[in-house]
Each structure stands twice: as structure tokens, then as C-alpha cells.
Design a protein around this ligand. Structure first.
Ligand code: NAD
Length: 497
């Protein structure tokens, strides 16, 4: 098909039959209760399909299937090279279904089809492939202990891993968990966000077709308060890999304490600062990074650069440029390949973002751009790029995660003040600085409190580099070999000779 023709995407969308059931023990099943919930397209407000609403009973069945597969060793004790080949086939299958998966993702969350097709689906496949490739490179250790002993330290999978993920990059976030958890030999129960279950449900079958044994990957769509909570409290789940809000991340820590002290790792919210100093070597590049950093994916990005901290002398020049680039992000039909900005994910999220825009005005910030809903005749939820200037660090729009296309601009008068303002947050996920001074660049890299720091760039990443936060942005890392530490443990073995 022609991926550059919106009519073709629309036609394909009309013919789409999305799978709606849970995937447990290698087969699709409705929820045991028979309950469903509506999955809607947030760009039109129309129903896509009714989804199985899994609750405790379904979670029990999925965890039991995962445990049975783990103990049987069909995956956990299989030769690494065989698991690697299967993961590679799984990754290839995701790529082979790129059009279908991109369409499901775009319809489900209002994401521009070109982003889903060229970004999300490809990066999800790369993630599975990367971890498949890593499986036979996970070495243990030989310990120089006593002369009559052979002492080894062996990495082992934990058992049953629950992956609980959000809706902003549904398939990518799922694959950031599935890649290392499966590669380590665990069985997984994946709970997609209620707003975005379609691609997670679909890839479960692709995984089994690629050779991942039944029970090793299960998918339980459902609400957080039911299916998510049941996973958090389950006595036979060994670990939870969570991505989502800080508030729900805290609940998972409580669930662990109330149940079996399962391991919990958290990738949570952010309020990432982008510092632009007056000695910035390329103001155009900085402005482009600032705009893309907050307006891509409608600002629904954990490490969105939602605070720009700019030296007063260049503030107006920078904001003019950012506003100019923001003009390229016109909220429009997500199925048009020309569209760079889609809809907000849901009515609830739309209301939340709009309420923060009101709060910004009430707090006395100056709305430079945007601030009103658009495309209201579409039935969907669209908010254009919105920029506030004259923001103070103590304002709520500077402190709280909005998770929408809303940029808060804060002016500062020195490098020291810029670092202080940047670090004045409960979050610490990403941070950037634009400066031509090499000493400042190094100082900022050390002093910015964030899991990822970018200098003279923003949002660069690869599978080889870890991603995650400090403070209330969470702990544990996705991506890279470091992610294995979330899903494996070390066993010391002493063999007398
Ligand atoms: P959310 O916390 O509402 O939901 C995340 C997941 O938790 C969903 O699957 C949801 O069903 C589940 N959940 C919700 N309430 C629950 C409960 N009471 N018990 C158990 N599970 C529950 O987050 P969201 O709105 O889906 O996603 C947006 C958030 O995700 C933002 O805060 C964003 O910053 C964060 N995020 C972080 C990263 C990262 O890597 N740090 C990446 C993407 C998104």
C-alpha cells in the first residue's frame, strides 16, 4: 500500500478488525467475567472496538500460565541461541506487520500515522531485536575464592514479571519491558493502559507465531484499579516493571509491601528543563530542539522538555523562534501522513491539559501562543502548541507534569540560577543545556539532577544507552544492558572439589 496517501490509510482503517480479547497461555480469551470496555479513537471520539475488561480472575489465570511456563523451562532454560533466534523472528514479525500496527497505534491514541509508522513500530522491533541479540552475551562471573572451591556468580531470571505500561508510546513502552524481561528468560504478563490496548494484544500472537512458547507472554487488558492492582498485589508475581505516573508508581511500592515484596522498578513522570544560555552556539538549533522537545507527540512524552530556562538577554529572540517552529505543529487528522501533531489521547487527558492552561493564566503567566482547543467539529480532542512566558519556578505549571503541548518559559540571569531552577523539581528524568562554554557544559552535565543530560542537543537516545530518572521520576533503567538488572538476579554457587 502507499503509506503516503491518507485516503489509503482511511480505507484501511475502515476495514480494520482489531483483536479485543486477552491473550493467556497462547490463546485469545474474553475476560472471565464477560465484561468489556470501549476503546475509542480520540481523534474522532468514535468507538474502535469493545475490549476484554480483565480483572483479578484473569490476572490469576495469566500469572498461573506464566508460572507454569517458567517452571517447565520451555523458555527460561532453553538454549540462549535458540531464544535469540526466536526473539529475532519476533522482531522481524513486528516489522512485517508495520502497517497494521502503525494503524492500530494511530487510531488508538491519536498519534500521527507517520510517527507511528516511521518511529514507534520500527523502534519497538529494534528493541526486541537488540535484546534478542544480547541473550548469548550475558556472562556470569568466576570468583577467585578458596583453592579447593569453584565459585561462580550466575545471572538468573526472576520468574514471573508483570509489565504495566502507559498509553503515550504504547508499543515502544511495552517492548522496553518485554525485550529485557523475555531475553533474561522470564515469563511476562503485560498490562497495557486502558486507553491503548490494541497493539499489545496484537503482538502477543506474533510472539507465539515466532516461537515464544504459550504462557511465556500473556496480555491482560483492563483498568489500572482492577487488572493493574491485581498484578501489583499478586503473591506469585516476582517483579513489576512499571512505566506511568509517579502517583501510580507509589501505589506499586505499596502493593509490593502489602504482598510478597516483589521487586518494583519505576519509570515515572518528568518536568524536564531545557536550559539555553546566552552563549548558545546555535540559537536556531536550540529553538528547534525546544519546540520539538515539547510539541512532539502532543507533549505526551515522559521526558518532554516542558520547561525552557533561558538567559534573559536572549529570551525574546529564542521564544520568537520557538513560536515560529511551533507553527509547523498544526493539530490535524492523524491518518494524514503530512500531520505532525495528532490529538490528545482521551477526553480526560484533554480536560487535564486544558485545566493546566487555565491554572497558568490564573497564576499570572503570559500566554504567548495557543491555549484554546481546536478542531472541535471533529469529535476529537485537539490542543495546539501553547507557550507561557513569565513563569516562576514556584508556579504549578512549572512544578507539575501537564503531559500536553504546554511549554513554560522561565527567564534567568546566570548559569548558577539556571542550574538551581532546573533542579527545583521533584522530577529528574531528562535535562539539557545549550552553551558554547565547554567548562559550563561539563559542570552542567555533573550538576543537573537527571537520569539523562543532553548538551547542545535534546532527546537523543539509542538502545545502547540507559534511560530513566532520579528523584520521583523513578528508579531502575530501561534500555541498554542495565535494564537486565531489573529482571535478573545473581546467584553465588560454591562447588567443593
Ligand atoms: P498512569 O500511571 O495513569 O497509568 C500507567 C499504567 O498504570 C496503566 O497501565 C494503568 O492502567 C495502570 N494503573 C493506573 N492506575 C492504577 C492503579 N491504581 N493500580 C495499578 N495500576 C494502575 O499513567 P498514564 O497516564 O498511562 O501515562 C502517563 C504517565 O506515564 C506520565 O506521568 C508519564 O511521564 C509517564 N511515563 C514515563 C515514562 C518513563 O520512561 N519515565 C515513559 C512514558 C510515560
Amino acid at each position: 500500500m502507499s503509506v503516503s496517501d491518507k485516503h489509503v490509510w482511511h480505507e484501511r482503517a475502515r476495514g480494520l478488525k482489531a483483536e479485543w480479547r486477552a491473550f493467556i497461555d497462547g490463546e485469545y480469551r474474553p475476560a472471565l467475567s464477560g465484561e468489556t470496555f470501549e476503546s475509542t479513537n480520540p481523534a474522532t471520539g468514535q468507538k474502535i472496538v469493545d475490549i476484554a475488561a480483565c480483572d483479578t480472575a484473569d490476572v490469576d489465570a495469566a500469572v498461573a500460565a506464566a508460572r507454569k511456563a517458567f517452571e517447565a523451562g520451555v523458555w527460561s532454560r532453553r538454549a540462549p541461541v535458540e531464544r535469540k533466534q526466536i526473539m529475532q523472528r519476533f522482531a522481524q514479525s513486528i516489522l512485517d506487520h508495520r502497517e497494521e500496527l502503525a494503524l492500530l497505534e494511530s487510531l488508538n491514541v491519536g498519534k500521527p500515522i507517520s510517527n507511528a509508522y516511521n518511529g514507534d513500530i520500527v523502534s519497538s522491533a529494534s528493541c526486541i531485536q537488540w535484546y534478542g541479540e544480547a541473550i548469548d552475551k550475558l556472562y556470569g562471573e568466576y570468583v577467585p575464592g578458596a583453592p579447593d572451591m569453584t565459585t561462580m556468580v550466575i545471572p538468573e531470571p526472576l520468574g514471573v514479571v508483570a509489565a504495566v505500561v502507559p498509553w503515550n508510546f504504547p508499543l515502544s513502552m511495552a517492548c522496553w519491558k518485554l525485550g529485557p524481561a523475555l531475553a533474561a528468560g522470564n515469563s511476562v504478563v503485560l498490562k497495557p493502559a486502558e486507553q491503548s490496548p490494541l497493539t499489545a494484544i496484537r503482538i502477543a500472537q506474533l510472539a507465539v507465531e515466532a516461537g515464544i512458547p504459550p504462557g511465556v507472554l500473556n496480555v491482560v487488558p483492563g483498568f489500572g484499579e482492577t487488572a493493574g492492582r491485581a498484578l501489583g498485589l499478586h503473591m506469585d508475581v516476582d517483579a513489576v516493571g512499571f512505566t506511568g505516573s509517579t502517583a501510580v508508581g507509589k501505589l506499586f511500592l505499596q502493593y509490593a509491601g502489602q504482598s510478597n515484596i516483589k521487586r518494583v522498578t519505576l519509570e515515572c513522570g518528568g518536568k524536564s528543563p531545557q536550559i539555553v544560555m546566552a552563549d548558545c552556539p546555535d540559537l536556531d538549533a536550540a529553538a528547534e530542539a525546544v519546540a520539538k522537545g515539547i510539541f512532539s507527540n502532543s507533549g505526551q512524552v515522559c521526558n518532554a522538555g516542558s520547561r525552557v530556562i533561558v538567559e534573559s538577554s536572549i529570551r525574546d529572540a529564542l521564544l520568537d523562534k520557538v513560536a515560529g517552529i511551533a507553527g509547523q505543529f498544526v493539530p490535524a487528522d492523524p491518518l494524514d501522513p503530512e500531520t505532525r501533531m495528532g490529538s490528545i489521547v482521551s477526553e480526560a487527558q484533554f480536560d487535564r491539559v486544558m485545566s493546566y492552561i487555565d491554572i497558568g493564566r490564573q497564576e499570572g503567566a503570559a500566554a504567548l501562543l495557543g491555549g484554546s482547543a481546536v478542531n472541535q467539529g471533529s469529535g476529537g480532542f485537539f490542543i495546539p502548541p501553547t507557550i507561557f512566558s513569565d513563569v516562576r519556578s514556584d508556579m504549578r505549571i512549572s512544578q507539575e507534569e501537564i503531559f500536553g503541548p504546554v511549554l513554560a518559559s522561565l527567564a534567568v540571569d546566570s548559569f548558577e540560577q539556571a542550574i538551581d531552577v532546573a533542579n527545583d523539581s521533584v522530577y529528574a528524568l531528562g535535562a539539557s543545556i545549550w552553551t558554547g562554554d565547554v567548562r559550563r557544559a561539563h559542570q552542567a552535565a555533573r550538576r543537573l539532577r537527571a537520569g539523562v543530560v543532553w548538551v547542545n542537543c535534546f532527546d537523543k537516545g539509542s538502545m545502547s544507552a540507559p534511560f530513566g530518572g532520579f528523584k520521583q521520576s523513578g528508579f531502575g533503567r530501561d534500555k541498554s544492558m542495565h535494564a537486565f538488572s531489573k529482571y535478573m538476579d545473581w546467584k553465588a554457587v560454591w562447588i567443593a572439589s
